[in-house]
Design a binder for this molecule. Structure first.
Ligand code: UD1
Length: 421
């Protein structure tokens, strides 16, 4: 069993390049299915979620290879239309294959994704969007059986779901006619997906706004693309610098994607400087509490950054209120932070963090991806040694969390440990 050991309690400093965005690369890899040619995708981080996605593409008959951070997918002759239960079970976001499979093969079969560590995650909006585009979707024995053909249509989402917006875009690019998605999610990853699809010859516009329009049915071809930097990984490292009273920078990142996170850290007393492709931060010795943090769809405060900034604020002066509006079970890191000496009260969607003088090292377990990263942030700030177990959650989204934090001066190592609990 791998664990992280961190000896914390000293200010971090240094510079770290930010990996490619997990939430961009997954839909982009699914989109390669649409192109009867070779797609070369740069800045593909080595994450377990990415490797599962590549396994699904291989299973479907694509030729897939990786050289460093560049992945090549040749979907000239995809033969399959099903995602097996084993691969579906590994990663909830494999539901993103529904749109491209329906679009390219006219047929898709995959198991119904269950809940996950963040609570129940319904896919009703994915299904209703694809149905609007002409798909017939039946559920049989826990499997979704979907058939086309698809056509353009007007999709009105009742809430701006990231995954449903992406699935609808992926389904619509090959469906003859015009598709309009209203109340679309506005996340930067959707802008990245649009840019990639247009590189393949698609005609998609409006991503980043609430209305995305797709002129479907144009022939696509292969292409080359570089995935955007991961704004949540960047938020994690800025939080670690802030939590430790440190000073440093994250490079290769678009500061505009992090404006709510940097505004919060600045309110907490950090000096932030953003240039074209880097964000630097200088933290005070002790952070101040900030005004309520309410998670919301982009451009609001990202739910994915809630845990890491909460970890940074555990040692602030004063109390900060958090309201988690996106997912029901997104405070599972709180118990672990309490084990490290944090004072956090929880009720439903609300958490109040009362700043303490300092945290202490403890044995803790990652409960989910971002909650796990939050423990590393807390561990960097805590006096003494912190051991983090259940790294499989963290490996889903961080290519090398320990290496990146070491680049910022942290004393953190990945070690093998005998299973004792
Ligand atoms: C994506 C991100 C995830 C992030 C989340 C919100 C990926 C791979 N994952 O997840 O990291 O935390 O956006 O920013 O990009 N909902 C429904 N019905 C649906 C779909 C969603 O009710 O059919 C609800 C969800 O339960 C949730 C809200 O909509 O409460 C937002 O979910 P959504 O934007 O779809 O998140 P994901 O795409 O799953």
């Amino acid at each position: 069993m791998s664990v992280f050991t961190i000896r914390g309690g000293h200010p971090l400093s240094g510079s770290v390049p930010i990996q490619g965005a997990k939430n961009s690369v997954l839909p982009i890899l699914a989109a390669t299915l649409l192109a009867p040619g070779e797609c070369m995708i740069h800045n593909c981080p080595r994450l377990t979620d990415v490797e599962f996605t590549l396994d699904i593409l291989r299973h479907l008959g694509c030729k897939v290879s990786r050289e460093g951070e560049t992945v090549t997918v040749d979907a000239s002759a995809p033969v399959g239309w099903d995602v097996p239960d084993s691969l579906m079970g590994e990663m909830r976001s494999s539901v993103i294959f529904l749109g491209p499979l329906l679009s390219r093969m006219g047929r898709a079969e995959l198991s119904y994704p269950g809940g996950c560590e963040l609570g129940p995650r319904p896919i009703d909006l994915h299904i209703s969007s694809l149905t609007t585009l002409g798909a017939d979707i039946q559920e049989e024995g826990g499997r979704l059986l979907c058939t086309g053909p698809l056509h353009g249509g007007d999709i009105a989402l009742s809430l701006p779901s990231v995954g449903a917006t992406e699935n609808a875009m992926l389904a619509a690019v090959m469906a003859p006619g015009t598709t309009t998605i209203t109340n679309a999610a506005r996340e930067p990853e959707i802008v990245d997906l649009q840019a990639f699809l247009n590189t393949l010859g698609a005609r998609v516009r409006g991503a980043g706004s609430s209305v995305v329009v797709i002129e479907g049915g144009v022939p696509l071809h292969g292409g080359e693309y570089t995935v955007m930097a991961d704004r949540i990984v960047c938020a994690t490292y800025l939080s670690a610098l802030a939590a430790t009273g440190g000073q440093g920078e994250c490079t290769g990142v678009d500061w505009r994607h992090l404006s709510t996170v940097t505004a919060l850290l600045s309110e907490a007393g950090c000096e932030i400087k953003s240039s074209r492709s880097a964000i630097s931060l200088k933290a005070p010795r002790r952070l101040k509490a900030v005004s309520p943090v309410r998670t919301a769809p982009y451009p609001g405060f990202p739910t994915d950054a809630q845990a890491v900034v909460m970890a940074a604020l555990t040692c602030s002066e004063g109390a900060t209120l958090f309201v988690e509006n996106m997912f029901t079970s997104r405070y599972r890191h709180v118990d672990q932070l309490i084990r490290m000496g944090a004072d956090i009260r929880l009720e439903g969607r609300v958490a109040v963090v009362y700043g303490v003088e300092s945290l202490h090292g403890a044995r803790v377990a990652a409960t989910d991806l971002r909650g796990g990263a939050a423990l590393a942030v807390a561990g960097a700030a805590a006096r003494g040694e912190t051991v983090i177990r259940q790294l499989e959650h963290i490996d889903r989204g961080y290519a090398d969390l320990a290496g990146d934090l070491r680049a910022l001066g942290a004393d953190i190592w990945r070690k093998e440990e005998q299973e004792t609990e």
